[in-house]
Design a protein around this ligand. Structure first.
Ligand SMILES: *Cc1c(COP(=O)(O)O)cnc(C)c1O
Length: 440
């Protein structure tokens, strides 16, 4: 098929996520048809090559077509692709659960010892939410059914995960269907509203859990939390006897420079949701970690109906678990996190130079994640209708970089960790040229 055939067919039958399809289907809109990848590079149907500047929406970590992950998937495929985790078990999921548990400290008060598999970030969070609610019921505190989340949070799009969300454009219209959650902007607001005599009080006795994107909120615009805030939140949850759910869907598996964002502040949450990078970004796979204490609350005679009646058809999928194990092996065998530190520093240095451009406002970096705000020359934001961020990304594409903005005009750079130093420089240069062409 030619590119034109692909696009004609796409525009007839496909419906794309987070997309105004009238714009997508406009005759002059020619989206790329991505057909191949290798390392940090993607190739389109016309043979043009690009750096995968947002790691295929934050999923890829060791690069595309990594020989070890490819081999692991092929090898598993020769045995079986999928078997049910309901009533059966399988070698790949068993080994992966053990390897995942080993990534967290054991010598702590409440270590993460249990892993529940699902398919996507949203389901990883959905599962943590349901476990938290049910756990409080078993513990005789059924009034604990509210969740506390942060303003501008993004935890996924299923109804439960979106109940925790704080991005009005995505979540607002479904608010009538959402379960009760309270949003606060900061640790200070949380402290103030839960202090005795507070003006707009939050009743901590009805809270089941607090959920946070640790260190950095992604979809909100790559916004950084103050240093130390996660540890403060852990202490706050301990003081009030409330669960802490860390949404490590974006930050997990090395993205912030350590294996998990929580590790930067020596925090062990009660639940951790991960997905995106878990399988190396190759196949849909998610995991919800929890503690032995939570797990034990679900034990009982069958008639007590304390089981966690939850699961998805593809829970524990063997191909995806094999990919995830290969990805973890690459971390161990190729010193990925050590190698990444130099690239994080190079990215910081290159972005500092980009920051001198008059159309670049704040730049925020957390490990190998960067958000770059576009502004008018006086520092004011651009009007929203201009779609400046999207246009800059379209221009950067001509210079060999694929990425897309978050919120309106925050450019994102978070390439696969295998990106070369030359490709890091090339990517920042592509952004600079894109900014120059659109804003300059
Ligand atoms: C992407 C993301 C999700 C949702 O994951 P999906 O796999 O898209 O369902 C949840 N939380 C965070 C922090 C994310 O970045």
């Amino acid at each position: 098929m030619t590119t034109a055939d692909f696009l004609a067919s796409d525009k007839r039958h496909c419906w794309h996520p987070f997309t105004q399809m009238r714009d997508w289907c406009a005759p002059d809109h020619e989206p790329l048809v991505l057909v191949e990848g290798e390392g940090a590079i993607l190739r389109d149907s016309e043979g043009r090559e690009y750096v995968d500047g947002n790691s295929s929406i934050w999923t890829n970590i060791h690069g595309h077509r990594h020989p070890k992950i490819n081999a692991a998937i092929r090898e598993q495929l020769e045995r079986v692709a999928h078997t049910s985790f309901l009533g059966f078990t399988n070698p790949q999921a068993i080994a992966l659960a053990e390897e995942l548990v080993a990534l967290w400290p054991r010598d702590t008060k409440n270590p993460l010892t249990r892993v529940f598999f699902s398919d996507d970030g949203s389901t990883a969070i959905e599962c943590a939410v349901k476990m938290a609610v049910q756990c409080w019921q078993h513990r005789g505190q059924p009034q604990r059914m509210k969740f506390l989340a942060f303003s501008n949070a993004y935890h996924g799009d299923t109804m439960g995960a979106s109940s925790l969300g704080g991005i009005n454009a995505f979540h607002g219209r479904f608010s009538a269907f959402h379960f009760p959650s309270v949003h606060v902007a900061s640790m200070e607001e949380l402290e103030t509203r839960t202090a005795p005599g507070a003006a707009d009080p939050i009743d901590t006795r009805t809270l089941a859990a607090v959920v946070i994107e640790p260190l950095i909120q992604g979809a909100a615009g790559m916004l950084l939390w103050p240093r130390g805030m996660l540890a403060q939140l852990r202490a706050w949850c301990d003081r009030h006897g409330i669960f802490l759910i860390a949404d490590e869907v974006m930050t997990g598996f090395g993205r912030t420079g350590k294996m998990f964002a929580s590790h930067h502040e020596n925090v062990v949450p009660d639940f951790v949701g991960c997905a995106k990078g878990l399988s190396g970004g190759y196949l849909p796979l998610a995991a919800t970690y929890t503690t032995e204490a939570v797990y034990e609350a679900f034990l009982g005679n069958y008639e007590e109906l304390k089981s966690f009646f939850y699961g998805h058809s593809f829970t524990g999928n063997q191909l995806a678990c094999a990919a995830a194990r290969a990805s973890l092996a690459i971390f161990r065998e190729e010193n990925v996190l050590e190698q990444l530190q130099g690239k994080i520093a190079l990215l910081r240095e290159q972005l500092a130079a980009l920051g001198k451009h008059p159309n670049v406002g704040a730049i925020r970096q957390c490990g190998f994640i960067a958000g770059i705000d576009l502004v008018q020359r006086g520092g004011e934001p651009f009007a929203s209708g201009l779609q400046t961020g999207a246009r800059v990304c379209a221009a950067a594409r001509k210079h060999g970089l694929l990425t897309r903005p978050v919120t309106r005009d925050t450019l994102v750079l978070m390439p696969p960790y295998c990106i070369t130093e030359a490709q890091i420089r090339q990517s920042v240069e592509a952004l600079r040229r894109g900014i120059e062409e659109i804003c300059g």
